[in-house]
Design a protein around this ligand. Structure first.
Ligand SMILES: Cc1cc2nc3c(=O)[nH]c(=O)nc-3n(C[C@H](O)[C@H](O)[C@H](O)COP(=O)(O)OP(=O)(O)OC[C@H]3O[C@@H](n4cnc5c(N)ncnc54)[C@H](O)[C@@H]3O)c2cc1C
Length: 553
């Protein structure tokens, strides 16, 4: 591809992939005066942080993949002048008791007494609400201490630990960092249901058990609690596309060039990037190449083979020298978007659907159900019941619906089904598996409703029900996340082990590969996972720290 290129032009930085992280990196670098080219394969930038008209002829712009924001630092919003609104939800979670759907746990941040009563109503042991509150308060001591480090040069483990100790978070460090998080959850909490609610934070997008020794579930748990120091998950007003849209605007306003429908075909040594655009091959070069694509995708573009380790994960030649040995870890979810005529009635008559769907709605996610589901999936089958969590965007932010849909009372639902590892999905079975998973999600949902969800689905102008289901393979095909892993691969601690080299800006910022000119700027960077723009910020900081400021001084 690099022979006979249509054009050769030089930039300070080329960013491979225009996901929200690539856009953030572009905005920072362009603001610092660098000449930046972003190459995005799809027609629109944003990657997995986008809104879409998912149903033909229906004016509802759904957050198609990611939907809630926790990890986007205020500092990045301010630095880049992003005009986004993140709405806080009153209700934390609602969890029906699978043994008796007429009772449920409602964690209401606005009503402590009602929440305490709700713990009792689901048969939690005496003192469970206090233990639950104390557990999260202890976790918060650690997350508040570590959060500011996410956008700073990496700490070594012992320095991070010392920071935690100064914040009085020794116990939380032990529980969250040193031992499988399942130990602390089962030690501090007695109810199967309450334990399950807590454990889900360790399992979103991660195929793991509570007691796994490799601690992937702990890292996932930490990321779910660390955002803003508080772990609040907020609703992006206007949908996730509004977040990427603002990052795109900031990058363009600062002078970055963003080329869409530009498919990068090779990343070559010396900062050369080949791509196809407008039916022709092009080649551009830069002093820096920032990879917003997953590390495994970068390896393919660099024509480097990947190797399987004994643990089943695959590391690659590039990964070996980079920050994450875990890049081929599979995704483990099914995502379903629905548009409803109205919210469904619940089996539990004591809570309004608005309250139940106002926070995260957990279904079939008790501790033992999660473990059963893991074992079923590990044995090669779709779990039944399928653990699911649901979120209703339109209750908090109706602006994603047309005025007509709003007036008619329509609501969106997003379902994230857990423990569906990518190994269950193949190119051959994807269609059938998608149908099976959709049926499993609907069955799980219906297990807590007083009426079938199918009856409430709106239809598009051709009479098709407004429901779309995405397997891990669908997600890989749509946005290039390897094996549908929503974080581009396994997550890493937000610190390095003692003795790991921090001798270059790229290593200090957790964005290094084995080529000093190529940096990771996406979810695959250390600390880059989720909608946070942290990967983009940190890669840009590494570039700017590596060289004197350019034109804008
Ligand atoms: C179903 C789902 C639900 C999620 N829910 C949440 C949530 O609620 N909150 C949250 O914080 N996170 C969530 N996540 C995770 C989050 O969306 C991602 O971690 C984040 O969007 C990754 O951003 P990124 O910019 O690093 O990469 P991506 O969004 O993956 O962007 C990479 C970009 O590179 C492009 N690309 C790929 N190959 C090429 C090529 N050869 N040439 C040019 N361009 C290329 C892709 O098209 C894409 O636009 C979810 C993810 C999924 C899939």
């Amino acid at each position: 591809m690099s022979s006979n290129p249509m054009s050769i032009s030089a930039f300070d930085a080329i960013i491979v992939g225009g996901g929200h992280n690539g856009l953030a990196a572009a905005a920072y670098l362009a603001k610092a005066g660098q000449d930046v080219l972003v190459l995005e394969k799809l027609e629109n930038p944003g990657g997995a942080a986008v809104s879409a008209h998912a149903f033909d002829g229906v004016d509802a712009r759904l957050s198609r993949y990611s939907y809630l924001v926790s990890l986007l630092p205020r500092q990045i919003i301010d630095d880049l002048g992003l005009r986004i609104t993140l709405a806080r939800r009153r209700y934390s979670s609602y969890t029906p008791d699978p043994a008796d759907g007429s009772r449920a746990l409602l964690v209401d941040n606005g009503d402590e007494a009602a929440t305490a009563a709700s713990f009792a109503a689901v048969g939690a042991p005496d003192g469970e609400f206090g233990a639950f509150t104390a557990f999260y308060a202890a976790c918060r001591q650690l997350t508040e201490a570590l959060w500011p480090t996410m956008t700073a040069p990496l700490l070594a483990r012992s320095d991070a630990r010392a920071l935690a100790a100064r914040a009085g978070a020794d116990a939380a460090w032990e529980a969250m960092i040193e031992h499988p998080i399942g130990q602390a959850i089962s030690r501090e909490l007695g109810s199967d249901l309450v334990r399950g609610v807590v454990l889900t934070d360790a399992l979103i997008g991660t195929f793991a058990r509570a007691d796994d020794e490799d601690l992937q579930q702990n890292i996932c748990f930490l990321y779910h609690l660390i955002g803003g120091g508080t772990g609040d998950w907020d609703v992006p007003v206007g949908g996730m596309g509004a977040v990427s849209g603002e990052l795109e605007r900031a990058a363009r306003d600062a002078g970055a060039t963003i080329l869409t429908s530009a498919d990068v075909t090779a990343v070559l040594p010396g900062g050369t990037v080949d791509y196809r655009h407008g039916g022709q091959d092009h080649s551009s070069s830069a002093r820096w190449v920032l990879s917003n694509v997953a590390p495994v995708v970068l390896d393919r573009l660099r024509n480097r083979p990947a190797t399987v380790t004994s643990a089943g994960a695959v590391t690659s030649a590039g990964a070996a020298a980079g920050p994450n040995p875990n890049h081929r870890r599979e995704g483990a979810q099914v995502k379903v978007n629905l548009l409803l005529k109205r919210l469904p009635r619940l089996l539990d008559g004591s809570v309004s659907p608005e309250a139940a769907f106002g926070g995260t709605f957990h279904i079939n996610e008790t501790w033992s159900q999660l473990d059963d589901a893991y074992r079923t999936a590990a044995a090669g089958a779709v779990p039944s019941p399928l653990p699911c969590e649901i979120y209703c965007h339109s209750l908090t932010d109706p602006s994603i619906l047309s005025p007509e849909l709003q007036a008619a009372g329509a609501q969106t639902l997003t379902v994230f089904g857990l423990h569906v590892p990518d190994r269950l999905v193949t190119a051959e079975n994807n269609e059938d598996r998608r149908a099976e998973l959709q049926a499993a999600v609907l069955a799980s949902l219906n297990s807590v409703l007083a009426e079938p969800i199918e009856d409430l689905l709106l239809t598009d102008p051709d009479g098709r029900p407004c429901i779309e289901t995405k397997t891990t393979l669908d997600i890989e095909r749509a946005v290039g996340m390897p094996r549908g892993n929503i974080f581009h691969g396994g997550l890493d601690w937000p610190f390095v082990e003692d003795g790991e080299p921090l001798d270059t800006p790229a290593r200090r910022w957790g964005v290094a590969t084995d080529d000093p000119q190529i940096l990771l700027c996406g979810s695959g960077a250390r600390r880059g996972g989720a909608v946070s723009a942290i990967g983009g910020h940190n890669a840009a900081m590494a570039v700017l720290e590596s060289e004197p400021p350019l034109r804008n001084g």
